[in-house]
Design a binder for this molecule. Structure first.
Ligand SMILES: N[C@@H](CCC(=O)N[C@@H](CS)C(=O)NCC(=O)O)C(=O)O
Length: 83
């Protein structure tokens, strides 16, 4: 199972969400409210010390930086291709 941490007004989050939805992937979504600085909370920074969304958590991986997430998605779930 995958969990995407993001925020609705974050373009880097929705580019990730768009790719996952296009690929028809099943995932949980957790909102990190940037307007309330939730990205700076210790609980979130233990996932991503950079304090930025998006973060993608899989059973054995923790990924951040949306280009890296997109690259991983494309490699592991190539169909349909996004690039
Ligand atoms: N290069 C990163 C940028 C991530 C980024 O800047 N995320 C913004 C939202 S679009 C963020 O979390 N901002 C919180 C902050 O600056 O405290 C990526 O593509 O994932």
């Amino acid at each position: 199972m995958m969990t995407l941490y993001g925020y609705f007004r974050s373009s880097t989050s929705y580019r990730t969400r768009i790719a996952m939805n296009l690929k028809g992937l099943d995932y949980d979504y957790i909102s990190v409210n940037l307007a309330k600085d939730e990205q700076l909370a210790d609980a979130f920074k233990s996932l991503n010390p950079q304090g930025l969304v998006p973060v993608l958590q899989t059973d054995d991986l923790l990924l951040y930086q949306s280009p890296a997430i997109l690259e991983w998605l494309e490699e592991v779930h190539p169909k349909p291709a996004i690039a």
